[in-house]
Design a protein around this ligand. Structure first.
Ligand SMILES: Cc1cc2nc3c(=O)[nH]c(=O)nc-3n(C[C@H](O)[C@H](O)[C@H](O)COP(=O)(O)OP(=O)(O)OC[C@H]3O[C@@H](n4cnc5c(N)ncnc54)[C@H](O)[C@@H]3O)c2cc1C
Length: 309
């Protein structure tokens, strides 16, 4: 069973990470929704070796580890997260472009911003990530979530995934051996993604640019802009849209504290400034209940709820 507090680990982790370790770090600073209490310990390793040290230290002390990428698909409870939160540092931000007999490849560190990578691919006339431009997270979080939009997702372009697991250390998984579902990759338990190699394809530069522009246009037209959010709160149920069901239940504009169901897109909850995680969760529960009563569909969260509530 995981220990409740990570305090005993701090001296060991500080020796390994120096200033890349923070104690009682408010996680609202690290999530796109801008809510969430403190992490007992936030570790930001800069190399696979440092990451392996953090995982090994936590495992031997029985301290729970929670992974955070860009924090754009998580809802951290107001009570924060007990144990160690690991967020990969800039040491995991390299990209390497190559041409192989099987086609163009890019190996991107897990901390690379997915949208930036997508724009860089388009600038090179490479197809495969056009839909991903406005997805705000990191490559590691996007791989875990099998992020996607407008008919595309990462499962179609993953050539290999590198990561670290607590006991074995560094491991590489072939893309064709990985199983992906809607908004989830099935990774070995405790696997921390450190880099992903994407298999892209050459295409007409104008055609690739046009597809990305179209994805951008659709995103700007359909999603709320400005206020912090965590993107789509619920997964789309089979053959339907969570936003349509929530709107149909008359919940557009519904409020709890400073959180609000967007008037623009009912599957977005926005933080109007000063919202608590509990406000967001309360709105989620209202949406689940009302949609269930009206449509008989139970909405499954897409956002990952973590920490103490
Ligand atoms: C405005 C907005 C628009 C969005 N639009 C879309 C969209 O169109 N399509 C879409 O799919 N999503 C969308 N999202 C949601 C989110 O951006 C994606 O799910 C994104 O891929 C999450 O990446 P992240 O780095 O922020 O991960 P986080 O939110 O930090 O983490 C998500 C999950 O991944 C795990 N994780 C993070 N890093 C790693 C790692 N290195 N190794 C293993 N596991 C890891 C975490 O533990 C957590 O369970 C949107 C979000 C916002 C705020």
């Amino acid at each position: 069973m995981a220990a409740e507090h990570a305090g005993d680990l701090v001296p060991t982790l500080r020796a390994a990470l120096g200033t890349r370790l923070r104690v009682d770090e408010p996680l609202a600073r690290h999530t796109s929704m801008r809510v969430g209490g403190p992490a007992d310990v936030l570790a930001m390793p800069e190399s696979a070796t440092q990451l392996a040290d953090v995982l090994a230290g936590a495992a031997s002390a029985g301290v729970r580890v929670t992974l955070l990428g860009g924090g754009s698909n998580v809802l951290v409870g107001d009570g924060g997260i007990r144990g160690v939160v690991v967020k990969l540092g800039r040491g995991f931000s390299a990209t390497e472009w190559s041409e192989t007999p099987a086609g163009p490849r890019v190996r991107a560190g897990a901390a690379v911003q997915l949208g930036r990578l997508a724009r860089a691919a388009v600038a090179r006339g490479l197809a495969g990530l056009e839909y991903a431009e406005g997805i705000p997270g990191t490559v590691g979080g996007a791989l875990f979530m099998n992020a996607g939009a407008y008919g595309g997702d990462l499962s179609g372009v993953v050539d290999a995934v590198e990561g670290v697991v607590p006991v074995e250390g560094c491991v590489t998984l072939r893309g064709d051996a990985l199983r992906f579902r809607y908004r989830r990759a099935e990774l070995p338990r405790g696997f921390v993604v450190t880099a992903v190699t994407f298999a892209l394809a050459h295409d007409e530069a104008d055609a690739v640019r046009a597809r990305m522009s179209e994805a951008r246009r659709r995103r700007l037209a359909g999603q709320p802009q400005g206020n912090p959010s965590a993107g789509s709160i619920f997964k789309n149920p089979n053959g339907d849209f969570a936003g349509r069901l929530i709107e149909g239940a008359g919940l557009k504009g519904a409020r709890a504290g400073r959180a609000r169901i967007s008037d623009r897109h009912a599957n977005f909850i926005v933080n109007e400034g000063g919202a608590r995680a509990a406000d967001v969760k309360a709105l989620m529960e209202v949406a689940q209940r009302e949609v269930w009563e009206r449509s008989g569909v139970w909405l499954e969260p897409e956002v990952q709820l973590v920490g103490s509530w």
